[in-house]
Structure formats: structure tokens, C-alpha cells
Design a protein around this ligand. Structure first.
Ligand code: UD1
Length: 352
């Protein structure tokens, strides 16, 4: 049985990926310092899979802590590296925070891969590496444009670091460029745990509808798109998660080298269309206003997903309504205390 280290294992995509890995017979250990995650996620993972996951609470930028943790973990077959800061606007406001956290943590992990000859490294990259796109859909051979924000630049640098290290290694390297992961696990037990003020669209939509947030603003209604709002490629988080399990299979078949894959549904959806999909899925009308554009936003981006479909045998569900209905179920469960284990758990009761 393969043994995989998942960094950021208690975060949004990390936790769904751990569930998928465990369901497919992969043994998992996690590193997460809970900077943007909730400890109860570990109980949610156990509730869904019946398996306990060990988590090391360390900061990946701390090289000594990383080395000590790898010594303690012992043999692993691969690393899936999610842990990173991921807010576009925050990265514009605090660039050095993003450069330090995202780049130093990746560098420390790559050093361990080299030192310990770890077989596979899967990197959470982002469609933001493409910058402003001229031709859509975007495929993996498209030259990377200027990063629109420091977050995007840290992902470009992460991919470049991998290529530089890979050129003299025997490991398999996979950079997965996520488009816009949304929704929640179909069980309603885990999902995106919003921090105080999430910047992403879907938690803002569901939080506005449940009354957790007072307002919902569309960032820009005057873009050169079919309805004036930005276009994105929304992809269900369980599909993204499963792509990691498939990428591990790929790394077993293809021994060395770097593989770069888009993970999107291939459909361009405007902000207004996403709101309509939510209204249809939930049966609830949303109040929103149209405000100014957000700094760092690209106008439109959606994926050519052929490469991922072919290499991974990956068939994501493109229904935005399905994504919205799981996101809404999760919001309702959080509001009623049914998330994580189907019971009302209070964080104070847990000491991990
Ligand atoms: C960006 C990255 C994506 C990354 C994500 C991490 C791009 C193209 N994509 O997603 O790869 O995974 O950050 O956070 O850079 N919006 C509103 N009102 C809101 C919130 C968002 O109108 O309250 C709009 C945004 O302007 C955007 C769309 O909704 O057009 C999606 O925004 P968001 O969910 O924040 O994701 P991206 O910024 O596209």
C-alpha cells in the first residue's frame, strides 16, 4: 500500500483529497498548522472513511521542524503539497507574506524529496499561472503570462522550482493547475471552512444566503464578457480530489519527469451565471450588488481539460448546479451544527 504525505491535509482541497486517497486504499499522513483549517476536519475525515489520520502541526517554512517531522514519519512514497496561502487580494496587500510562506515551504519539501529520494511530488498549482489569457480554452502548452498577483507568481515560481530540481532527479513530478474548486463533499460532513472573511465567490454566496454575511458584491459588471462579469471554470472539489489519486497512479506508470495538467471542467461560467446556478440549486433568491473590479482578477479563464482526461482517465462532472447544491448543503449543515460528524461538535472539546 502506498504511503503519502499530504501537506495542508486539513484544508479545503487537502481534506477532500485525503478522503479520496483513503477510499482508494492509500495510507495517509498529514501536515497542517491550521493557519486556514479547522481541527475538526480530522473527525469529519474519520466519520466518512472510518480511518484516523495522523496530523503533524508544524510550519513548513521552519526547516528544522520539517526535517524532524520527516525523520518521525519515516518512509513515504510521495508528497501531495497543498499547504499554501491562497487569497488573491490578500497576496496583493501582503506580498512578502505570500513569497515567504509559499516559496519557502515548497523549497523545504523539495529538499526532503531530494535528500530522501521520495518517488512522487504532486504540486497544487493554479490556473492563475497563465495570467491574462488571449486564447480560450487554455491548454498546458500556453506560454505563461505575467502573474496578475503575488499569489499567482508564487505558483509560477513553485512550478519552476520543480522543473529545476526534476532535471537531475529520478522522481515523478506532477503540477496540477486547479481552476476554481468549489462545492463540498456529498456527505455534507466536510467542506470549505470559511475564515472570518472568505474572498472566494461560493462561500460568499452561500454565506450571504444563510445570513452569515450581510452583503454580496460582484466585483465588476463592465468586463468585456457576455454579461459584463468575469468568467471562471468552476470544478467540484471531489473531482479535484480524485484527480490526485489518479495522478498517483500516473506516477506509478510513468517513472520520471514533470507532468503539468489543467484541472478544470472545461466550461466558462460568469459570476452572474454562478449566482443563477446557486438560486436554482437551492431554490433561494440572492440579493447582490455590482461593485468595482477587484485588483488582481483576470477577465476570463477556462480549461482545455483534454490532457488530464486522457492521462488520468479523469471525467469531472461539469454541473455548476450540482457544485452549488453540495456547497449549500454544507452551509446548512455548518449553520445547524451538523457538519464534521453529523452532530453538534464544539471545537473547545477537542485537543489534538
Ligand atoms: C483565484 C485563482 C484560482 C485559485 C483561487 C484561490 C485566478 C484566475 N484563479 O480564483 O486559481 O484557486 O484564486 O483563492 O486567478 N467574486 C465576486 N464577488 C466575491 C468573490 C468573488 O464577484 O465576493 C468574483 C471574482 O471577481 C471572480 C470570481 O468571482 O471573478 C471567482 O473569484 P474567487 O472565488 O475569488 O476565485 P478566483 O479569484 O477566480
Amino acid at each position: 500500500m502506498a504511503r503519502i504525505l499530504v501537506t495542508g491535509g486539513c484544508g479545503y482541497i487537502g481534506s477532500h483529497t485525503i478522503v479520496d486517497l483513503l477510499k482508494h486504499g492509500v495510507d495517509v499522513v498529514s501536515i497542517d498548522n491550521f493557519s486556514n483549517a479547522d481541527k475538526r476536519v480530522l473527525f469529519g475525515i474519520e466519520a466518512i472513511t472510518g480511518k484516523k489520520v495522523k496530523n503533524y502541526t508544524i510550519n513548513l517554512t521552519d526547516v528544522q521542524a520539517v526535517t524532524k517531522t520527516f525523520d518521525d514519519i519515516g518512509h513515504i512514497d510521495g508528497i501531495i503539497h497543498f499547504a499554501a496561502f491562497k487569497s488573491v487580494p490578500e497576496s496583493v496587500a501582503k506580498p512578502l507574506l505570500y513569497y515567504h510562506n509559499n516559496i519557502q515551504s515548497t523549497a523545504n519539501l523539495l529538499a526532503e524529496v531530494q535528500l530522501r529520494n521520495i518517488g512522487t511530488f504532486i504540486f497544487s498549482s493554479s490556473c492563475s499561472v497563465y495570467g491574462q489569457i488571449k486564447t480560450l480554452p487554455v491548454n498546458e502548452n500556453t506560454a505563461l503570462g505575467k502573474a496578475e498577483c503575488p499569489y499567482a507568481y508564487t505558483k509560477q515560481i513553485g512550478e519552476q522550482m520543480i522543473c529545476d530540481v526534476a532535471s537531475f532527479s529520478q522522481s515523478t513530478w506532477v503540477s496540477l493547475r486547479y481552476f476554481n474548486p468549489v462545492g463540498a463533499h456529498q456527505s455534507g460532513i466536510i467542506g470549505e471552512v470559511p475564515n472570518d472573511k472568505p474572498n472566494n465567490l461560493v462561500p460568499r454566496i452561500t454565506g450571504k444566503s444563510s445570513g452569515r454575511y450581510d452583503d454580496l458584491t460582484i466585483f465588476g459588471g463592465d468586463y468585456d464578457t457576455r454579461d459584463g462579469t468575469c468568467i471562471r471554470d468552476y470544478i467540484h472539489v471531489e473531482d479535484i480530489a480524485h484527480a490526485h489519486t489518479l495522478a498517483l497512479n500516473l506516477s506509478r506508470e510513468q517513472n520520471t519527469g514533470v507532468h503539468v495538467l489543467n484541472l478544470g471542467s472545461g466550461e466558462g461560467v460568469s459570476v452572474l451565471e454562478a449566482i443563477q446556478a446557486f438560486e436554482k440549486a437551492s431554490g433561494r433568491k440572492l440579493d447582490y450588488m455590482i461593485g468595482p473590479r477587484r485588483e488582481g482578477d483576470v477577465v476570463a479563464v477556462y480549461a482545455d481539460k483534454n490532457q488530464a482526461s486522457k492521462l488520468l482517465q479523469w471525467t469531472p462532472n461539469p454541473s455548476v448546479e450540482h457544485m452549488m447544491s453540495t456547497a449549500w448543503q454544507w452551509e446548512v449543515n455548518m449553520a445547524s451544527g451538523k457538519s464534521f460528524l453529523g452532530k453538534d461538535y464544539s471545537i473547545e472539546n477537542f485537543h489534538l
